[in-house]
Design a protein around this ligand. Structure first.
Ligand code: AHR
Length: 492
């Protein structure tokens, strides 16, 4: 048994959780849209073709915002192909994923789905093959009440989409229309100006780096913000993690990498703020993050052209789910600056929700820590003072076995914690003397004797959270965190 302790105090405030931290992402990629959220003819489909069994799990997951329509897809997308009578829409070759795009779902259908499910969209515009004109027309189509060409084509009430992404991963050589930082900075600024001219109420996300290992990370953001600081509100971050070989210890520590990535970006944005004598702060939209076994992906140029292919349908284990829970702890720890987060993606494609065409829907293991954090991790994030043994990792050196964060609200305090030990339980003591009203605790854990256990269509409830006992006595919480586990301890 290992021992660790932490102190929770209402004075150690990080910031308020923006509920949009718990967003997700729907891309026209593989089976995320077609046979994912949308499958006309399915027994659970509504009159518009959207699967209500999937919609119910999206609601249970607790995502308030969903980014759309890409991803790499958006960099070759003509949004006008997806409006008007469905039978006259063109089938296009999507180069990002070498797939046939039938355009049966476009912006209007997506907005219908978003309203049914109860989520707000984050809309991305194409700054790969297109630019200012297509972007400002899309804002006009979505947000202008009427009396103009595009708004009258839409008809009905405006969608009033608030948050818009200025392209996707424009720093990446794989991106259609990839740009240098300077090229992108100029285009982002001019596009932002035109979009705001159409609707001054929108907020804008500039592309940051596609991942921390990009050779331009840091200088990209400095150049883009140097040009467009006053025109944008957020800079984006993307990060995907996987276990390499049998190095599970490093994989369990990837949240330390996410912490460093966020800290580096904040430093860069604040440097540009100081140099430019700007007043506002640029916040972060971490609008793609997850576990993704990219080493298993053959690369888009090796794909056969197909319609609705099964692409990157990773199956998540208990270990992957613990890492997802730990990445949420990292995001919460930075809640003062990371205001938007998007688990990438929502259905079938590296997703917490899986479907079979014509068949059932089920939750991946990673669904559980996400849904529980989204539901209970609302309020004020508190920095916790941790005392923990360390574990050696090949990639990140010595890291604490215990990683934790606390969120307080009127109802009490919730501690989210992971035990990164592969094989040893951790006895946790929490000093709660600053919360004298907290006298009882409930402990929920995700762990398993088999850390490779997964949920499948045949066994959809193989991995579920379970309740453990925890006690509060004289201002001290005692709990035992199983080896390799994600934990939520609610104190009231
Ligand atoms: O989420 C899958 C892909 O990952 C997205 O299309 C792209 O933005 C990122 O590289």
């Amino acid at each position: 048994m290992l021992n660790a302790s932490l102190t929770v105090d209402p004075a150690f405030v990080v910031g308020e959780v923006d509920p949009r931290l718990y967003g997700s992402f729907v891309e026209h990629l593989g089976r995320c849209v077609y046979t994912g959220i949308y499958e006309p003819g399915h027994a659970a489909a509504d009159k518009d073709g959207f699967r209500q069994d999937v919609a119910a799990l999206v609601r249970e997951l607790g995502v308030p915002i969903v980014r759309y329509p890409g991803g790499n897809f958006v960099s070759g997308y003509r949004w006008e192909d997806g409006i008007g009578p469905a039978s006259s829409r063109p089938t296009r070759l999507d180069l990002a994923w070498r797939s046939l795009e039938t355009n049966q779902v476009g912006v209007d259908e997506f907005m219908t789905w978003a309203r049914t499910v109860g989520v707000e969209p984050i809309m991305a515009v194409n700054l790969g093959t297109r630019g200012i004109d297509a972007a400002r027309s899309l804002v006009e189509y979505c947000n202008v009440p009427g009396g103009t060409y595009w708004s009258d084509l839409r008809g009905g009430s405006p969608y009033r989409i608030k948050t818009w992404c200025l392209g996707n991963e424009m720093d990446g050589p794989w991106q259609i229309g990839h740009k240098t930082a300077r090229e992108y900075a100029r285009l982002a600024l001019e596009t932002a100006k035109a979009m705001r001219q159409v609707d001054p109420a929108i907020e804008l996300v500039a592309c940051g780096s596609s991942n921390r290992a990009m050779p331009t990370f840091g200088s990209w953001e400095a150049t883009v913000l140097g040009e467009a600081y006053d025109a944008v509100d957020y800079v984006s971050m993307h990060a995907y993690y996987q276990q390499h070989g049998d190095d599970r210890a490093s994989f369990l520590a990837v949240a330390t990498d996410m912490d460093g990535f966020i800290d580096d970006l904040i430093a860069t944005a604040d440097h540009v703020r100081a140099v430019g004598r700007h007043r506002k702060r640029i916040n972060i939209a971490f609008d793609e993050w997850n576990v993704w076994y990219q080493s298993r992906f053959p690369g888009e140029t090796n794909l056969e052209i197909e319609q609705t292919p099964r692409l990157i349908e990773d199956v998540y284990s208990v270990t992957d789910a613990v890492v997802v829970g730990n990445l949420l702890i990292s995001l919460l720890r930075h809640a003062d600056r990371v205001r938007i987060g998007c688990l990438a993606q929502l259905v079938n494609v590296i997703a917490p929700i899986m479907t079979e065409p014509g068949g059932r829907v089920w939750k991946q293991a990673s669904f559980h820590p996400f849904a529980l954090t989204a539901r209970h991790g609302q309020g004020t994030v508190l920095q916790v003072a941790v005392s923990s043994p360390t574990v050696s990792t090949a990639l990140y050196g010595d890291v604490p076995v215990l990683d934790a964060v606390a969120v307080s609200s009127g109802a009490g305090v919730v501690v989210f914690a992971v035990n990164r030990s592969l094989d040893t339980p951790l006895r946790l003591e929490v000093d709660l003397r600053a919360f004298p009203a907290c006298t009882s605790a409930s402990h929920t854990a995700l762990a398993d004797d088999d850390p490779d256990a997964v949920n499948t269509v045949a066994e959809p409830e193989r991995v579920v959270p379970r309740s453990l006992s925890a006690t509060v006595d004289d201002g001290r919480l005692q709990a035992e965190l199983p080896a390799l586990s994600w934990n939520m301890i609610r104190l009231s």
